[in-house]
Ligand binder design. Structure first.
Ligand code: G6P
Length: 605
């Protein structure tokens, strides 16, 4: 997750770019750079390290420009060196980028075959080169941008300057956010409202697939199909910018849509996409670990339960998961060599913290998968396994959950590699797969309209069952929890195979059953369970992929999500179940962001 700013201004942009980058530093800070148009030519200044290092460079050679772009980087492809810092350049194009271009290696080879050369290890330079290639074939800037975007696979936001274009900044977003700021004779683009907050409070949020050209007075916005569109311009007070809802009605909805970025940022802390290596932060020797004990509460415990499937199946590491409030008092028998992992968004949950301290007191090595990196758990655990979801405001956890799942999947892959369960080729294949997650999550959030259409019927139910197998079982538990938390409808998650051992007695016309079953080796089994429900007249909502949809029982309502490797399914199928809970709660008029009786961080027993 990187930060982007772009300004078409009437006076010098250098200080303003830096001011904005400092506000964006929370999105990444291992290198930074700016570029501006001076006498019709684009020049850039870059530095490895924090923004202070870039300021030193600018003190030596200032940027004399009124039009410019800036970037603060969180390295994904390529080490955090000056050479890999953004803006990246190719021919007439200078570009900043947040996100991952999954097909960059193929694009790079194709461009090389056309005689193009590359200076950096980044996927970003490939976008610049593609746009330049399109420009050199005679296309005007916006057409060249569109032609290049059409070739990209991945989740991204970009800002672009073109040599010879004195008052033009272009931008695009897919999966990662980008806003347009409307000033007085000046226009801006930025990663969020905070980035443009010091210059304007009039902001439009680009939608998925939009691209834009700004000049001094206007923004021309186009949708993914290339049609000119208008996006609402709203007033966002600067003080509210950090915690604003953007185009969304509730924080929860915004945070559901933040997930491609949150997941990508989190995965970047574990995966080097250039080498395909996956490592545990903090230098933990996972080869020396003999067992894993996960402790957590609520949603975090379900993320842990998904992690367990992968620690065992991928890495062959015995793994237990327990809610911290039970674990801490039952004198569990721990074996030496156990790595205790606390999973927590806040890092402050009283029961989880107590369980972590108990493990530490037993002499176990402790780790914390935590989103708030200055929290007590982050400080007290031997190692921090960070998630990078950014601030989560909605009480019902969404992006923190998928970030925890992403971190745990990455850790399971790192453990598998460290323990020799997979070779370097397999490790690289899996890390490439993981890098597809942000795009697939973004696709899954696009199911919003289909899911909203289910809400009126589901909102009338008194009880709802959720079914899943394998890693979809903890996701079923999480789906039921989300619904309970915000819509106050009684819901239970069950392992699909357990249906016949009790819950089947509840099935009747008024009890909807949500089945989470993307195609995987267990799909056939879940299908049989679904037939058992159908035979008893239970209304079914099947959340699956295109292949699974072909097997839906007659009368079932089907939500068709992206096809993906089963390893990614807990990430990709989380947004649909979150959106389902969200729209049912909205339908019922509930207070989505602050549900009754709940607290975001529970620091008491
Ligand atoms: C509260 C929140 C839940 C959260 C749980 C654990 O109950 O309402 O959304 O899952 O605490 O919080 P943590 O900060 O430890 O992840």
């Amino acid at each position: 997750m990187c930060g982007i700013i772009g300004i078409v201004g009437t006076h010098s942009v250098q200080e303003r770019l830096i001011d904005s980058l400092k506000r964006l530093e929370y999105r990444g800070y291992d290198s930074a750079g700016v570029a501006g148009v001076t006498d019709g030519r684009v020049v850039r200044r870059r530095a490895a390290g924090k923004i202070r290092a870039l300021e030193d460079v600018l003190a030596e050679s200032p940027l004399e420009a009124t039009v410019g772009i800036g970037h603060t980087r969180w390295a994904t492809h390529g080490a955090p060196t000056t050479r890999n810092a953004h803006p990246q350049e190719a021919g007439r194009v200078t570009l900043v980028h947040n996100g991952i271009i999954e097909n960059y290696a193929e694009l790079r080879e194709a461009l090389k075959a056309r005689g193009r050369t590359f200076e950096s290890d980044t996927d970003t330079e490939v976008i610049a080169s593609l746009i330049d290639f399109e420009l050199s074939s005679g296309k005007p800037p916006l057409e060249a941008l569109k032609a290049a975007l059409d070739q990209l696979t991945g989740a991204y936001a970009i800002g672009v300057l073109i040599d010879g274009e004195d008052s033009l900044v272009m931008g695009a977003r897919k999966g990662s956010p980008l806003v347009v700021g409307y000033g007085d004779g000046e226009m801006f683009i930025g990663s969020d409202a905070l980035a443009v907050g010091p210059f304007t409070s009039r902001i439009a949020y680009l939608e998925e697939g939009d691209y834009v050209a700004i000049d001094h007075n206007q923004a021309q916005i186009f949708n993914e199909a290339g049609h000119r569109v208008e996006r609402d311009v709203r007033q966002v007070p600067a003080s509210a910018a950090l915690v604003e809802k953007g185009n969304y009605r509730h924080f929860m909805e915004k945070e559901i849509h933040d997930q491609p970025d949150a997941c990508q940022h989190t995965l970047s802390a574990y995966i080097d996409p250039t080498t395909g290596k996956v490592t545990a932060p903090g230098g933990v020797d996972l080869a020396a670990v003999t067992r894993i004990q996960i402790v957590a509460c609520g949603t975090a415990s379900y993320a842990g339960a998904i992690g367990r499937y992968l620690f065992e199946s991928l890495a062959g590491l015995p793994c237990d998961v327990e809610v911290a409030s039970e674990f801490r008092y039952r004198q569990p028998a721990m074996t030496p060599g156990t790595l205790a992992i606390a999973v927590s968004q806040s890092g402050e949950t009283a029961d989880t913290l107590a369980a972590l301290r108990w493990c530490k007191a037993q002499g176990l090595m402790t780790a914390a998968v935590v989103n708030v990196h200055e929290s007590t758990m982050a400080r007290e655990a031997d190692v921090l396994f960070p998630t990078h979801a950014g601030p989560e405001i909605g009480v019902a956890s969404t992006k923190a959950f998928t970030s925890q799942v992403a971190a745990l999947i990455a850790l399971a892959v790192a453990a598998a590699a460290a323990r020799g369960r997979i070779d370097a080729v397999e490790e690289a294949r899996i890390s490439k797969l993981l890098m597809e997650a942000p795009r697939l999550i973004a696709e899954a959030t696009q199911l919003e309209d289909d899911i909203r259409a289910l809400a009126p019927d589901l909102a009338r139910a008194r009880d709802i069952l959720y079914l899943g197998r394998g890693a979809m079982y903890p996701l079923a538990l999480e789906g039921a929890l989300k619904l309970k938390e915000i819509s106050y409808i009684h819901a239970e998650g069950y392992a699909a195979g357990e249906l016949k051992h009790g819950p089947i007695a509840l099935i009747e016309e008024a009890t909807p059953v949500i089945v989470i079953a993307p195609t995987d080796p267990l799909f056939e089994k879940t299908l049989s369970n679904m037939s058992e429900v159908a035979a008893r007249g239970g209304p079914i909502v099947l959340i699956t992929d295109a292949q699974g949809a072909r097997h839906a029982p007659p009368g079932a309502r089907v939500i068709v999500g992206p096809s993906c490797d089963p390893l990614l399914a807990p990430l990709v199928y989380a947004p649909p179940i979150q959106l389902l809970a969200y729209y049912v709660a909205v339908q019922k008029g509930a207070d989505v962001d602050q549900p009754r009786n709940l607290a975001k961080s529970v620091t008491v027993e």
